[in-house]
Design a protein around this ligand. Structure first.
Ligand code: ADP
Ligand code: MG
Length: 324
């Protein structure tokens, strides 16, 4: 294979029936349904910062798109298409084959065609930038829309990605995991490496939820963004938090830290009025996605987490911040 254009043709050009102009022209051109607005988001993934150098390229292709689809999900947007910018230190056909398969498998699942991008050589490891587009109609599920007395909900379960990340970081530092830790890593690493974006759930929250966010940096931090934008506070009940079953047996302090502070989750946290509780549970069961009611929005600002005796837990773990 000779170069950039062959690479694009071989790995990043597939038939995309839903768009007018896809990969191969100066711009892609695509339609959004009449009367809708365009939602767009972009995420950057750097080798060594967002993923380990030896991560499976199939999983990386999946995750690069998944984290972006998760942002569409958090706006209740219907995917319309995506762009892929990629910088590679070398041309590795096996790697590209697996990466593009992981990317396209997820893109096809969500009818989100790859319509363009940019490809370049990188001197400093693998760089991946994905941009997604989707369509939305008002009322928009913005972070600033939480109302007093709203319930706070979380989809799926929490904590596994953080546990897998800690174990992988220990392996990366040359530490040896014991048998139980190795088994735990095997059970949790798919949550870290191939997260499932909650696109259908996000769309189904239209006209039900008020504020929605996806949990990329940890429940406390991401819910904190909703509270700040909405000028509200919240109380969370630790005993109601959905804990990933594989980590539930760990030391309880470690579990709470992973569940409240662990990032890379890509579940949705959303607020909705108590009047629609049954409808939200119904949507969850239709989609086969567990949804848990974990707290409520308060007029008084501040975020409290209460234990099962309704006593406030102090020294809460906060989520990830690249510049902290
Ligand atoms: P230009 O020079 O006009 O920016 P390029 O030579 O960079 O065009 O890209 C040629 C075509 O291939 C464009 O349609 C572009 O969107 C597409 N493309 C380039 N890299 C990728 C990629 N990694 N994934 C998908 N499409 C790509
Ligand atoms: Mg270009």
């Amino acid at each position: 294979m000779s170069g950039e254009f062959d690479l694009i043709r071989q790995y990043f050009t597939r038939k995309t029936p839903a768009v007018s102009v896809g990969v191969g022209d100066d711009c892609a051109v695509f339609n959004v349904p009449a009367g809708t607005q365009l939602a767009t988001s972009t995420d950057l993934l750097l080798e060594g910062r967002h993923f380990f150098s030896d991560v499976s390229p199939y999983a990386l292709g999946h995750k690069a798109l998944a984290v972006n689809l998760s942002d569409l999900a958090a706006m209740g947007a219907k995917p319309a298409g995506c762009l892929l910018g990629i910088g590679l230190p070398e041309l590795d056909n096996k790697w590209l084959e697996a990466f593009s398969a992981g990317f396209y498998d997820l893109a096809n699942k969500h009818a989100c065609p790859l319509i363009g991008g940019d490809t370049t050589r990188s001197e400093q490891g693998i760089v991946i930038s994905v941009t997604v587009f989707g369509s939305v109609t008002p009322p928009l599920l913005t972070r600033s829309s939480a109302k007093e007395n709203d319930d706070i909900w979380v989809s799926g379960n929490l904590g596994a990605a953080d546990v897998a990340l800690s174990l992988l970081m220990r392996l990366n530092r040359g530490q040896v995991l014991d048998k139980a830790e190795t088994a735990l890593l095997e059970k949790t690493r798919s949550c870290l490496e191939t997260p499932i974006p909650r696109v259908e759930l996000g769309m189904s929250l239209h006209n039900l939820a008020h504020a929605v966010i996806d949990i990329s940096d940890g429940l406390l931090q991401d819910l904190g963004h909703i509270l700040k934008a909405s000028a509200k506070g919240a109380v969370l009940y630790a005993s109601q938090l959905p804990v990933n079953p594989f980590i539930a047996g760990l030391d309880q302090e470690a579990v709470l830290k992973a569940v409240l502070g662990g990032g890379d989750v890509y579940e949705l946290c959303f607020t909705a009025p108590p009047a629609v509780r049954d409808r939200i549970l119904q949507k969850g069961s239709e989609l086969g996605i567990p949804v848990s009611r974990v707290g409520s929005i308060t007029a008084e600002t501040g975020l409290k987490v209460l234990n099962e005796d309704l006593i406030e837990i102090h020294n809460l773990p906060y989520g990830f911040d690249h510049f902290r």
